[in-house]
Design a protein around this ligand. Structure first.
Ligand code: DC
Length: 220
């Protein structure tokens, strides 16, 4: 088994930014599991699948991962779909389709294979609880909803997109509720995960705190 770092937490807590930073600093492979659920959602949207058809239609999606200059590339039936998975529409479909047991089984197997032989930092919602229960380092990364909304607001306005802070915060609270109360693999802190609240921490402070946890486990 490689050295595995599992980072779970709600949307907007900074998981992917932090995970990428750690991967770059330590030379680990970054695995973005949300991107896999998004690729599956893109496939289902293209297939025009209704919620009732997700279970059957998801069988037609072959999702694999590659790396280009250290960046994770997600392939859907051989096509690089990175340019298409970051839209609101795909995000909404991902939150509808990710609770499906067949979708999860398929993607969890892929995630476990990736972590089996390599040093990885993997982020998602169920990594410490389901995907990598034996990960050497588990972190539950959170931040208060107002702070997360503010980060998203700055990101969107930075891209020139019109948006409203209170609507963003309301969406975040709703998404948290959905992720935490769903029946299968709900978002929750693993018993042996370390809680980090990034509300008042910089990206580097969080990354260094996690790297320090790795050092405690004897990982250079
Ligand atoms: O982190 P994200 O927004 O890219 O995730 C997209 C969707 O996939 C979101 O609805 C949560 C879901 N997801 C999941 O159920 N399990 C994971 N390990 C990662 C993401």
């Amino acid at each position: 088994m490689g050295f595995n770092i599992a980072i779970d937490g709600p949307a907007g807590a900074g998981k992917s930014t932090i995970a990428k930073k750690i991967a770059a600093k330590k030379g680990y492979i970054y695995v973005d599991t949300g991107a896999m659920y998004r690729a599956m959602a893109l496939y289902l949207l293209r297939e025009k699948a209704t919620p009732d058809e997700i279970d059957e239609k998801c069988k037609g999606a072959d999702i694999t991962i590659g790396y280009d200059n250290g960046e994770q590339v997600v392939y859907l039936n051989g096509e690089n779909v990175n340019p298409y998975i970051r839209t609101e529409e795909v995000g909404r479909m991902a939150s509808v389709s990710s609770p499906n047991p067949r979708v999860r089984k398929k993607l969890v197997e892929l995630q476990q294979k990736l972590a089996a032989d390599a040093d990885v930092v993997m982020d998602g919602r169920d990594i410490g609880t389901c995907v990598l229960p034996d990960a050497q380092v588990k972190v539950y990364l959170t931040a208060d909803s107002h702070e997360r909304a503010l980060r998203r607001y700055k990101e969107l306005t930075g891209k020139g997109e019109a948006c409203d802070l209170s609507t963003i915060e309301k969406d975040i609270i709703e998404r948290d509720h959905q992720d935490m109360t769903r029946e299968i693999s709900p978002l929750k802190q693993a018993q042996d995960a370390v809680l980090i609240d990034s509300s008042h921490m910089s990206i580097d402070e969080v990354a260094d705190a996690i790297i320090a946890l790795c050092a405690e486990c004897g990982k250079k």
